[in-house]
Design a protein around this ligand. Sequence first.
Ligand code: SAM
Length: 303
Amino acid sequence: MARRLTSTEILAELGSEDDGLLKRSIGPWTLEKLAVLLLYIRGFADACKRVGGVYVDGLAGPGLCETGGAQVERRVVMGSPLIALTTPELEHCYLLEKKEPEKAALERRAEAFGGRATVLKGDVNRDLPRLIGAAVEPWRPCFCLLDPEAAELHWATISAIASTPRTKNKPELLILFPLRMSIVRQFPTTDVLKPAVRLRHNRTFGNELWESIYESRLSGELEPPDANRKYLALYKKGLEELGYAYVISKPILAPRTAKRGRQELYHLVFATDDETGYKIMSDVFKRHYDVGLISGGQMELPI
Ligand SMILES: C[S@@+](CC[C@H](N)C(=O)[O-])C[C@H]1O[C@@H](n2cnc3c(N)ncnc32)[C@H](O)[C@@H]1O
């Protein structure tokens, strides 16, 4: 069994030269998400190297990211598409991005990987399920990253991906569930829910069951942490109802500030039918990461 990488080693592995093309600005906590992806995707690629696994990124970004700001060391690191492309055991990587500048930068970066990369301009909700159905051979293990900034990802897309005809397992999903970062922020604490907000949440969850949690929170019956636990549980239950055998999650925390302790920003939610995949990700999720701390993001002892 391979030795576990330390956080310093993970950070070094994520590091990249600055090629001068468009980069995505990230906070130091994003390094933890990238560390999770790096460790998992290597385990996934290795576990299915005999048949060749496929990587699909529905909201790919430009390929490289950059940390910065007043207290954070400037660091150029690989984003999710480059993490996948630099994992040679992966048979192919399909990378979908909606915005032209991001897609153009990614296309340039993917050139070095020749025929292993397909970069496409498109919309995750409109195009991704069809792409997976048409391009990924049904017998190949398929890992799909869905990493939205806010509420771009619709439940109907997740459901359609899960029902792609496959020989054996459904595509594995790693989803960024933007609970505090986006969903909770859109709940008014006094006013009535606007129809557009209700529609957005219905699209995210795929049903209206979130509304009773919101009402219990509004009436004071639920405290914010309890309401947040219930929103997450509702989302995970939806994945179980799509038939996934294993659904697990990991919170990603914001740095401590002068006024507040560390708070959950979002959750990484993983769904798979494969027991080996479940075991690898359980291990990756349980690990403690200091990657943001090393980058100067959190001047405190890790919790
Ligand atoms: C959080 S970023 C992805 C970061 C990437 N995973 C990484 O590690 O570098 C989300 C990306 O999705 C793109 N995007 C937003 N809406 C989209 C949509 N509907 N379909 C496809 N891409 C979209 C944004 O332009 C942005 O580049």
